[in-house]
Ligand binder design. Structure first.
Ligand code: SAH
Length: 342
């Protein structure tokens, strides 16, 4: 079976020609798929063509396994199931300035960050470009909400699935399909330095978010195994090089963990390290994960941390937490469902 959702416009044009159709049918199919339509719903194609497509091709790669709507803020969490039974989460976040979707790039994760729920059941496999794209298309279609922003901050490490993620970015960006601008897409990484350089070379306009979570090598190494491979200084250097190469400002994510990385000294250390850069710092109060013992920082410590960073003239925000009542943070729903299935 041919996986239609993983094909670019050019590939679909070739496919159309290969089954005796005109190339423009490929472009039509691409637009229909992006609109969430099934083969049967592509009614401007002839019935014989639709029947043929149904025999040789798949129009979908995921089913909705579960859906939870937050009563408090309208956040919707989808648990998607792929053909081989793997589950991933996508979250639709509704803001005044538009809707954002947080999507997964791998089933599980091998990065092993000690506070993160996505690592709980280990790494299963990479998602294909079609499986990444499907989360955006299905969520928009099912919710009836136009999606204008994408964050690659769900389950998995996007740069550990580099080729499929890049292919996805081109698919979702294509103006004949979902047409979501690169500048409306954020890619979050725990810091795979070699891949950050590869990404810089591609010159895409996506926003790079780097999960820093620590202000020095010692603390970072203690909570993020990737720091053993690429140390703190090497990572910051890669970020500076990335900004130089792409002229795009990097956003640092900093999950605030009580007693681990939230002291005044840590704030000064981070302020000194980032002073003079374009960096934006996004403080994320830790989401509690049942299987982990970490707690979120106290409100007052978060405010204190923020005001110290601002003294270093850094741009700082504290992430508002949405969907708390539906386990909306990455990996939680998947881990729970996998436990229930055992
Ligand atoms: N692998 C990518 C994307 C993962 S998740 C990365 O590491 O950036 C997106 C962000 O949520 C990352 O910054 C991640 O470190 C953070 N995160 C993971 N678990 C968390 C938790 N329990 N509370 C708060 N933030 C968390």
């Amino acid at each position: 079976m041919i996986e239609l959702k993983g094909l670019s416009v050019e590939e679909l044009e070739q496919f159309a020609i290969s089954i005796g159709e005109k190339a423009f049918r490929g472009r039509q199919i691409f637009s229909f798929l992006a609109a969430g339509k099934s083969i049967e719903e592509m009614t401007s194609l002839s019935l014989p063509l639709r029947t043929k497509l149904r025999e040789i091709a798949d129009d979908t790669v995921a089913e909705i396994e579960r859906k939870q709507v937050s009563a408090s803020d309208g956040t919707i969490k989808y648990l998607y199931r792929f053909a081989d039974g793997e589950l991933v989460e996508s979250v639709l976040l509704r803001y005044k300035h538009g809707n954002s979707i947080c999507i997964s790039t791998q089933a599980g994760c091998r990065m092993g960050c000690s506070f993160c729920a996505s690592t709980i059941n280990g790494f299963r496999r990479n998602l294909t470009a079609a499986e990444i794209l499907e989360q955006v298309i299905r969520t928009q279609y099912d919710s009836g909400q136009r999606i204008s922003n994408i964050v690659l901050m769900g389950i998995g490490e996007p740069l550990d699935n580099f080729d499929n993620v890049i292919k996805f970015l081109h698919l979702v960006n294509d103006e004949r399909g979902m047409n979501i601008g690169m500048r409306h897409i954020s890619l979050s990484t725990c810091g795979l330095v070699d891949r950050i350089y590869d990404l810089a070379e591609l010159g895409l306009q996506v926003t790079l978010s780097v999960s820093l979570h620590a202000t020095n090598q010692k603390t970072r190494e203690a909570i993020m195994p990737i720091a053993k491979k690429y140390d703190f200084e090497t990572l910051l250097k890669a970020c500076a090089d990335y900004e130089l190469a792409t002229k795009r400002r990097i956003s640092f994510e900093y999950s605030m963990i009580d007693g681990v990385n939230d002291s005044s000294e840590a704030a000064h250390e981070l302020g000194s390290a980032l002073k003079g850069t374009l960096a934006h710092v996004n403080l994320i109060p830790l989401n509690h994960v049942d299987e982990k013992s970490y707690r979120k920082s106290k409100r007052q410590n978060i405010e204190n941390f923020k005001s110290i960073l601002e003294k270093y003239k850094l741009s700082v925000t504290v992430r508002r937490s949405l969907g708390n009542d539906i386990e909306a943070s990455c990996g939680q729903l998947r881990a729970k469902s996998m436990k229930e299935k055992k």
